[in-house]
Design a protein around this ligand. Structure first.
Ligand SMILES: Cc1cc2nc3c(=O)[nH]c(=O)nc-3n(C[C@H](O)[C@H](O)[C@H](O)COP(=O)(O)OP(=O)(O)OC[C@H]3O[C@@H](n4cnc5c(N)ncnc54)[C@H](O)[C@@H]3O)c2cc1C
Length: 536
């Protein structure tokens, strides 16, 4: 049996950071197990590749939720990366951190060490910001963060329209003022996607103490008593065991880390027994507390060729852009589609923004899985930043090869729908501003919809995820917490969870940078066991 000091399960945004950081110490051995492949191909490297990888199953688990009661019983699509880099290898590359108060809240609900003041150094230590050099940004970290390489003239149109609708501009969503509209910074360097794997793993693959196994799907954590001793995994048609001398670390993401805990006997005791799984530790919070950003997209057709589309002229333009990308690594192929956006308040008296916008230089409908996105047009997404609804991930069966049951329970708290209706109206005000007049074509799906009742019906029929599920292995204290503030699983030894699932509450922004920050901080805590605190 192979033995390592640290066995990390899942080579996604968090897993790559951990593997890279922990293996900096030549005296420890680290193994990273990833179910997917290496992902070193143009689909991942060329930012435009996301228009293929998000809708299709190449490097994507392509989960579906259970029927959503408040969304006309639709089963919503949930893409997740299945490749080194995880979801950072197919995401929209937007680099935002949320609002400082999000982290102060984490600390206030029983997680010492996670206030904004305490996490900012970890955001900075991971970051290599190619444009901002100030107190809010790091310049020496492994993860490149850059202004957009597309230079799309539609950015200016969107910003002008938002100002005409009386919303402010933010020059840096991660700086002094989150509120406002702007162009997103992206996790790219020289016009190429820089996934967590490319930033933290690829440069370090030559380290003798770092082993990366792809195509290795972990089935459960192995225990000796209450001490995690290793993992069982499937690779190349065989089932094998691997031993961890110090720790097993689950970084399989919001859907699969709780799944692995439950498969290993940690979860709601009664539910596990019903599936014939021996209960190692009754932790009813495993899988609970699922939160996600539900999103509505307003869409207009437009003839402008700066907007991605597959008309004959659009295809000719794309071929020119292909040549430009080859020579300069600039232009349309650098697109992350959701190039601009913002954080806005529905009421100026609010202490912080409660909505996020993503302005897309294309028609984005049904995750790009229908023919409509071949037309030229633009889309404005709006999502509720801190939803009150809570869902759950649970096991369908005890078979580790089956997807878990994912129930985000979208809009189960009526306050989320009320806020999304206000968000719909806010987004439409921006799209109706004069700056869009020369471009504005037919409004798709929502033309003529004005009453609150009709907007609600439209949201129920069309709202989708903007891909930020978190919270299923909640960090904290109390009956429903899964990990403590040092990310150790309550009630067992030698096991941590380090990924987006540990967030106690969803932050007000995109979740990749916060997940990488969590892993940066976790690596520090693991290296400095004495400062990490004991598991309860
Ligand atoms: C389409 C899309 C667009 C997004 N856009 C943005 C954006 O623009 N900006 C942003 O900040 N965030 C974005 N996000 C969200 C962000 O990418 C995620 O929050 C973040 O990547 C989560 O990191 P993670 O480490 O928790 O999980 P992941 O990165 O998903 O990693 C989990 C890894 O574990 C592996 N794994 C799972 N189960 C097993 C197993 N049993 N054995 C072995 N390996 C396993 C998976 O294959 C995967 O590689 C987007 C997400 C998606 C899907």
């Amino acid at each position: 049996m192979r033995i390592f000091d640290y066995v990390i399960v899942g080579g996604g945004s968090a897993g790559c950071v951990l593997a890279g950081r922990l293996s900096e110490d030549p005296d420890v051995s680290v193994c990273l197990l990833e179910a997917g492949g290496a992902g070193r191909n143009w689909l991942v490297r060329v930012p435009f590749g996301l228009v293929l990888t998000v809708p299709a199953p190449f490097i994507n688990w392509g989960f579906k939720t259970v029927p959503q009661t408040q969304l006309n019983r639709r089963r919503l699509y949930q893409p997740r990366g299945r490749v080194l880099g995880g979801s950072s290898a197919l995401n929209a590359m937007i680099y935002t951190r949320g609002h400082p108060s999000d982290y102060d809240r984490w600390a206030a609900v029983g997680n010492p060490g996670w206030s904004w003041r305490e996490v900012l150094p970890y955001f900075k230590s991971g970051e290599n910001n190619l444009n901002f050099h100030d107190d809010y940004h790091g310049v020496d970290g492994p993860q490149p963060v850059s202004d957009a390489f597309t230079g799309n003239p539609m950015h200016a149109v969107f910003l002008e329209a938002a100002q005409q609708a009386c919303y402010p501009v933010s020059c840096d969503f991660n700086g002094t003022q989150q509120e406002g509209v702007g162009v997103y910074q992206v996790t790219q360097r020289d016009g190429e996607r820089w996934s967590a794997s490319r930033a933290y793993l690829e440069p370090n693959l030559c380290r003798p103490n770092l082993t990366v196994l792809t195509g290795a799907r972990v089935q459960r954590v192995l225990f000796e008593g209450r001490q995690a001793s290793g993992v069982q995994y499937r690779r190349g048609g065989h089932t094998e065991n691997m031993r961890a001398r110090r720790e097993v670390i689950l970084s399989a993401g919001t859907f699969q880390s709780p799944q692995l805990l439950m498969l290993s006997g940690i979860g709601d005791g009664q539910a596990l027994q019903n599936l014939g799984i021996e209960v190692l530790r009754h932790l009813p919070g495993v899988g609970a507390n699922l939160q996600d950003h539900l999103d509505y997209t307003l869409i207009h057709r437009a003839r402008n060729l700066d907007l991605i589309g597959a008309s004959p002229r659009g295809i000719r333009r794309f071929m020119r852009e292909l040549g430009r990308y080859r020579c300069e690594r600039r232009g349309m192929l650098c697109t992350n589609v959701a190039e601009a956006g913002g954080f806005l308040k529905t009421d100026t008296s609010l202490p912080r923004p409660d909505l996020q916008l993503h302005f897309c230089v294309a028609i984005v409908h049904n995750h790009g899985r229908t023919l409509q996105h071949l037309w030229h047009g633009y889309s404005l997404h709006v999502c509720v930043l801190r939803p009150a609804s809570r869902g759950r991930v649970s096991l369908a069966r005890s078979d580790p090869g089956k997807a878990p049951l994912i129930d985000p329970a979208y809009l189960s708290d009526p306050r989320d729908l009320e806020l999304l209706v206000r968000g719909f109206k806010l987004a439409r005000r921006i799209l109706e501003a004069p700056a869009f007049t020369p471009y504005r074509g037919r409004e798709l799906f929502s033309a003529g919809v004005v009453s609150d009742a009709d907007i609600c019906a439209l949201i129920r029929a069309r709202a989708e995820t903007i891909y930020h599920p978190v919270g299923t292995c909640r960090m904290g204290r109390g009956d429903f917490a899964v990990v403590d503030a040092s990310l150790k699983v309550h009630g067992v030894q030698g096991l941590r969870v380090v990924d987006a699932s540990v967030m106690p509450t969803l932050i007000g922004g995109n979740t990749n940078a916060p997940t990488m920050m969590i892993a940066e901080k976790a690596a520090d805590m693991i290296r400095d066991q004495s400062g990490a605190g004991a598991s309860t």
